[in-house]
Design a protein around this ligand. Sequence first.
Ligand code: UD1
Ligand code: MG
Length: 451
Amino acid sequence: MSVALIILAAGKGTRMNSDLPKVLHPIAGAPMLHHAMQTGSALDPARTIVVAGHGADQVQAAAWNYDTQAEVVIQAEQLGTGHAVDQARDALAGFDGDVVVLFGDTPFLQPETLERMLAARKDHDVVVLGFDVAELQPRYGRLVMEGDRLLRIVEYKDATENERQIRFTNSGLLACDAATLFDLIAGLSNDNASGEYYLTQVAELANARGLSVTAVKCNEAETLGVDSRTDLAAADALFQTRARAALLADGVTLAAPDTVYLSFDTVVGRDALIEPNVVFGPDVTVESGATIRAFSHLEGCHVARGSIVGPYARLRPGAELAEDVRVGNFVEIKNATLAEGAKVNHLSYIGDASIGAASNIGAGTITCNYDGVMKHRTEVGARAFIGSNTMLVAPVSVGDEAMTGSGSVITSDVEDGALAIARAPQVEKPGMARKLFEMLKAKKARQQRGS
Ligand code: UD1
Ligand code: MG
């Protein structure tokens, strides 16, 4: 049975108080929409339809960024969750399979839960996902059950006092075969407290047709919805807690787990050591046995075995560290490869560069990669020694086993084995320092007498 996902993502998210559409707010570095699409991908969907409305262009770009095959339909006016699903009607015309409706703002749903919903579809026409709430909350719809039969879903605003006491709550997710679902949706009314076309009314309409409707239960934490910045922060915190626990279980040492910030896609190998206060942006891989020392910030980079990074290092996108590399304090690396055993230990910027194996880059060295308009590359060969405070004015190359004198401004290529010095020669004036001191002290004394 093939599956189509419909991901509802048209809402404005008023309570986010933001220009950014709600589903594009990030959790662990990825928009909530990506989290939803990722969970849905576990069902290996034949089609993925994202219903966009507010900020549709941005939502579309984000959907395609995750999956170029995703289809985006527009809900110009947000007339309710049922109306939102209806926008996928034309796109799915003739689709012979199941539809699973997901919300773009529920990032914690587990793939197994979706699989359980589909399993329940074998015996029931409509399957809704519900959860028991620890505390009754006005924001959720209530599931009115009779045994394992779901009679109807009632929104809080429309519920009687008795119904409001029901703890079994609607997550918003639903599975049903496409033809039946669109048939049922055609019968929705907006005659309710919100004046919206509720997707939830499908349950009641299906029962009226004698179809079998049930609800599958999941954990409350899975359905955590994000409506405000407070929810977003809580969702991120929950993500972090889980991701840290997963790394620890995978054999990574986190010296102070609560202080390490991970991304949705952070990969760290076994026996790597992550010191306190390290931030991982998206797309970072740290291999087994590497060490990331305290207060380092990494994104879009790869750190191979045995390398040591930080403390206080910054690896930006395109930083590729081969085995046993050293990147020390206050060093920034961007779009640069450091071959095996290379060292950049102190106070440097290495951008748009390649550094050969076992080369040493002296303290304060800068690749001057930007001329104000364009970026240029710096190539340093193997076993080279770049003296402290060298300015490498790109495009420029320094050969294998070459050296630069410290303080040099290197503007032309240095051949293999050569020493390049590019700084003013030293001038020495014997006795001049003492003479200067005496002059200055005398001047100060005159000024103090005068005042
Ligand atoms: C919905 C359910 C409620 C459930 C709750 C769980 C309905 C009528 N109610 O309520 O039973 O307990 O979720 O969180 O379904 N959206 C659109 N277009 C619209 C309206 C909504 O795309 O016209 C999207 C929103 O962007 C959001 C999702 O659908 O991603 C849910 O909408 P929301 O307004 O949050 O529904 P709730 O009132 O929370
Ligand atoms: Mg909601």
